[in-house]
Design a protein around this ligand. Structure first.
Ligand SMILES: NC(=O)c1ccc[n+]([C@@H]2O[C@H](COP(=O)([O-])OP(=O)(O)OC[C@H]3O[C@@H](n4cnc5c(N)ncnc54)[C@H](OP(=O)(O)O)[C@@H]3O)[C@@H](O)[C@H]2O)c1
Length: 289
């Protein structure tokens, strides 16, 4: 068993994830895992970092594949016996011009971005060591008042999503309900917005709050999970439109991954790219994105 601290970043062969790995390689005291669903793309990114003189490890990890998650968990458990930092960065987004039916977009976005992230957390959380830090990539589009409309159904949804009593199971039901209504064409009446990506990011933001409540009751000391809005970042996902470079987009997730022991705040929070804690339910927002 190797006696070292371990950090893992999902979907880190490119974009903000790769910039998070690069930053952690310099700032994290331990070994850093670049992971990718495609081994070829992952190894290419690893070689580029090695050419920069950085020391990084690689493992295949597809958050949409139970076997891949299980194999990764076994690798981390057998090699290190624990995990200190997990950055849930992997996600997909359909382009505005996508022609796939909305039901299909909803199913794939929620399955990968919400249920894939949840499946990885459920698998790896038992390995978290005291003082572990978990960071999940949310977005400015996930700000709760921004996502749903003024109809009573939307109001009810917001109440459920932001309830202090919301459970993981109830949140999963809400995400499944969104997919069902997206398929039968009733998502607007049900109170949901017409962006599957936004709903998936609302899901992981609500999940962060539920997970921190569980961490607060966990016998392991000082477990913290936060989610963050990295800003509008120039990547493939944003079709290379945005205000920030990937290095700027990586600043807040790196800060959250490296929160020192016994931090009081942020905890279970929605954190803006400038590191301000934002009230996810009421705001105000420090900036539009
Ligand atoms: N860019 C922005 O303006 C912005 C704004 C707010 C939030 N975010 C969030 O920031 C994070 C990174 O976004 P980005 O802009 O860097 O996107 P990106 O350039 O499209 O990178 C996404 C990464 O996720 C990986 N991925 C997708 N599905 C996966 C799966 N099933 N398993 C493992 N990896 C998977 C992709 O792998 P492949 O290369 O194999 O596709 C890629 O490495 C995302 O969570 C995104 O929602 C981005």
């Amino acid at each position: 068993m190797e006696d070292t601290r371990v950090a893992v970043v999902t979907g880190s062969n490119k974009g903000i994830g790769l910039a998070i790995v690069r930053g952690l390689c310099s700032e994290f005291d331990g070994c850093v895992y670049l992971t990718a669903r495609d081994e070829g793309r992952g190894m290419e990114a690893v070689e580029a970092l090695q050419e920069e003189g950085l020391s990084v490890r690689f493992h295949q990890l597809d958050i949409d594949d139970e076997e891949s998650i299980a194999a990764f968990k076994t690798h981390i458990e057998d090699t290190y016996g624990g995990l200190d930092v997990l950055v849930n960065n992997a996600a997909i987004a359909y382009k505005a011009a996508a022609t796939e039916p909305f039901g299909e977009q909803a199913e794939n976005s929620i399955r990968i971005n919400f249920f894939g992230t949840l499946a990885l957390c459920r698998s790896l959380f038992p390995l978290l060591r005291p003082h572990a830090r978990v960071v999940t990539m949310s977005s400015f589009v996930a700000f709760l008042p921004r996502v749903n409309g003024d109809e009573p159904q939307a109001f009810n949804l917001r109440e459920k999503l932001s309830s202090e009593e919301l459970t993981e199971e109830e949140l999963c039901d809400l995400m499944n309900q969104f997919v069902e209504t997206a398929k039968d064409g009733t998502w607007t009446e049900a109170g949901w917005q017409s962006s599957a990506y936004s709903v998936s990011k609302v899901g992981v933001t609500a999940l962060t709050r539920v997970q921190q409540r569980a961490f607060d009751d966990d016998p392991r000391e000082d477990l913290i999970v936060n989610c963050c809005n990295p800003g509008a970042v120039v990547t493939d996902m944003s079709s290379h439109k945005g205000a920030f470079t990937v290095e700027q987009g990586a600043e807040c997730p790196i800060y959250l991954a490296l929160l020192p022991p016994d931090t009081e705040e942020p905890k279970g929070a929605y954190v803006w790219h400038d590191k301000q804690v934002v009230d996810w339910v009421k705001g105000p927002l420090p900036s539009p994105y």
